[in-house]
Write a protein that binds this ligand. Structure first.
Ligand SMILES: Nc1ncnc2c1ncn2[C@@H]1O[C@H](COP(=O)(O)OP(=O)(O)OP(=O)(O)O)[C@@H](O)[C@H]1O
Length: 307
């Protein structure tokens, strides 16, 4: 169903920067998340991702703007167990075992999920009797994931959930999370790993300096960012290169000339019909390149790619 489960309007938050000024951590963000959506919040260090997630979770009150979760306050959604989070850090007691931790936190919830189910879903079973203090970083993240599942949430918010995991642990973690999403849970995650957004999120919101730079289907965000490479076999004159439309940069290797372009169709048409270039190939840029391009864009220019 196409209903907004989270709606943020004009959300802003700033902090003292220690030099007598203020840092705008979140600067007028509008965001609507639909039930069942999997959304990646992508941005460099200090983009404002954690601050925005804390506001959505009701942990930080915004200076201005409003967040509604399921039509009510974030706090009400957390209390009702509809909204749950796996945060970057979070106090775990080192002397309890993983299973004891899950059992103890389950006892704090009004209507918790089955402890054994949660231990299996989150992949905690293999180290359930190990003291938390002896668990690896990746195991502790799995344990935090189990705790986040206890209230049987409709929305899970994850702030860099796979930080500290190796590639296979990260892969396994996302497999487990995908099962949750397939069951209709709304998942919002902040990440530095661009490939995680590409592989897991259908929608990506790119943030930088507290603002949303692009918001849309992950593959559209990437292609709208300008980013494609067109290569041809060609020996052009400098004037011919100068006359090409939509070229951002040029490199050449032997007879092959490659262009980075923000409009591959127009450039390709020009090359094939207006010059004697041949053997044309087009390669979409990676999300990483798109991300770099977008974060280099002045903050006023937002790329709206929602359809
Ligand atoms: N409690 C705070 N006090 C002062 N400044 C803060 C505080 N929290 C965040 N900031 C500043 O607000 C800005 C946004 O920070 P935030 O942690 O939200 O970004 P982020 O995108 O989550 O970064 P990262 O990926 O490094 O976690 C940064 O400039 C940060 O230094």
């Amino acid at each position: 169903m196409d209903t907004a489960i989270i709606s943020a309007r004009g959300v802003a938050m700033s902090f003292r920067d220690g030099a007598g000024g203020r840092t705008r951590a979140v600067d007028g963000v509008d965001l609507t998340v639909t039930r069942g959506e999997v959304l990646a919040l992508l941005g460099p260090n200090g983009a404002g991702k954690t601050t925005l997630l804390d506001i959505i979770l009701g942990l930080t009150a915004p200076e201005s703007g409003e967040v509604l979760v399921d039509g009510g306050t974030p706090q009400a959604a957390v209390q009702a167990g509809r909204l749950s989070a796996l945060l970057q850090t979070g106090g775990l007691l080192p002397d309890l075992t993983a299973a004891e931790t899950v059992r103890m936190v389950a006892a704090l919830h009004r209507d918790p999920a089955d402890v054994d189910d949660v231990i299996d879903i989150a992949g905690v079973r293999s180290f359930a009797s190990r003291p938390v203090g002896k668990c690896s970083g990746g195991q502790q993240q799995r344990l935090r994931f189990a705790l986040a599942l206890l209230p049987r949430p409709e929305i899970i918010i994850l702030d860099e959930p796979t930080a500290g995991m190796d590639v296979s642990a990260r892969h396994e973690f996302w497999e487990r999370m995908r099962t949750q999403a397939d069951d209709g849970v709304t998942v919002i995650f902040a990440t530095h790993y661009l490939e995680e957004a590409e592989q897991f999120a259908r929608r990506t919101v790119l943030m930088d300096r507290g603002r949303v730079l692009a918001d849309g289907a992950t593959d559209e965000v990437r292609s709208r960012a300008g980013a494609a490479h067109v290569a041809v076999t060609w020996t052009p004159t400098p004037e011919e290169v100068e006359a090409l439309p939509h070229v951002l940069s040029v490199t050449s290797e032997g007879p092959r000339v490659s262009f980075r372009t923000d409009d591959a169709d127009t450039l390709a048409r020009h090359l094939l019909t207006g010059t004697d270039a041949h053997g044309l190939t087009v390669r979409p840029a990676s999300l990483e390149e798109a991300f770099r391009l977008l974060t280099e864009t002045p903050a006023e220019e937002t790329t709206e790619v929602r359809s």
